[in-house]
Design a protein around this ligand. Structure first.
Ligand SMILES: [Zn+2]
Length: 158
């Protein structure tokens, strides 16, 4: 927790409740007991400390995703550093913020060839970062810790 109490707006309360209801389907928050506003605030602080923006991180995730989509499902090696595999699942996911439209359940798995580390995300994960600064809760299989993600994807300040 930061130095100052953080208040969550009723609108954000609604978003958090929607996520907790959809938990079984997607796992946005997993067992993270923190209020949504706290998760957002703490991740934003990390991103700022790195000198980055949510958009820069989302942009990098999207470009890795697009590279693999062009390979039609097979694994593709990007810049000799990442092996990317995209799996298309049937179905679409809504944004828990209530944006109109649905996001394809594209599942992206990326391995760093030098360290063997892996990260995974979906098209919705990219939207959640880009538009809402939401990297999902601790313990979520789709948690993209900003520090880890920036280093994994080699995102650097512009
Ligand atoms: Zn949204």
């Amino acid at each position: 927790m930061g130095k100052y109490p953080v208040y969550q707006s009723p609108q954000l309360d609604e978003v958090e409740q929607r996520m907790r209801r959809l938990e079984a389907q997607h796992g946005y928050l997993a067992d993270d007991p923190r209020a949504l506003v706290t998760i957002l605030t703490e991740d934003e602080r990390t991103v700022k400390a790195l000198g980055l923006t949510h958009q820069a991180i989302a942009h990098r995730l999207r470009s890795l995703t697009e590279a693999a989509k062009q390979a039609l499902g097979g694994p593709v090696v990007v810049e000799n550093l990442w092996r990317v595999v995209v799996q298309d699942f049937r179905g679409r996911l809504p944004c828990p913020w209530g944006h109109p439209g649905l996001y394809p359940k594209t599942h992206v798995v990326v391995e760093r060839l030098d360290t063997g580390e892996t990260l995974q995300w979906t098209d919705l994960s990219i939207h959640l970062i880009e538009t809402h600064g939401f990297y999902q809760g601790l313990g979520s299989p789709y948690r993209l810790d900003p520090l880890k993600t920036a280093s994994f994807c080699a995102v650097s300040p512009e």
